[in-house]
Design a protein around this ligand. Structure first.
Ligand SMILES: [Zn+2]
Length: 95
């Protein structure tokens, strides 16, 4: 699985670590940072993790957005429900 970084957070971190003076970085670090910043940005969004829960009215709802995805079931096998919330896109693999 690819790992994505937030370039803005990286720059802020480096500036904090270098007390605002990125010229203190080594030539290798400058080169690497230049490569990172020149790389085309991917269109990614942070993955939300949730789970199906019974809400206060007994409906099966998303723990992230409270979307009621299923009517009330007394004996439901949670392993067979959608793996993603159709409303907020949360991945239903726990919290
Ligand atoms: Zn949701």
């Amino acid at each position: 699985m690819s790992k994505y970084i937030n370039a803005d957070e990286l720059m802020a971190y480096l500036e904090r670590e270098m007390n605002g003076d990125l010229k203190k970085m080594s030539n290798e670090a400058h080169f690497t940072l230049g490569l990172l910043l020149a790389t085309e940005a991917a269109d990614v969004e942070k993955v939300r993790h949730g789970k199906w829960i019974f809400d206060k009215n007994g409906y099966i709802a998303c723990s992230c957005c409270d979307f009621r995805a299923y009517a009330e079931y007394k004996h439901i096998d949670f392993d067979h429900l959608n793996k993603y919330c159709p409303h907020c896109g949360a991945k239903m693999d726990g919290e």
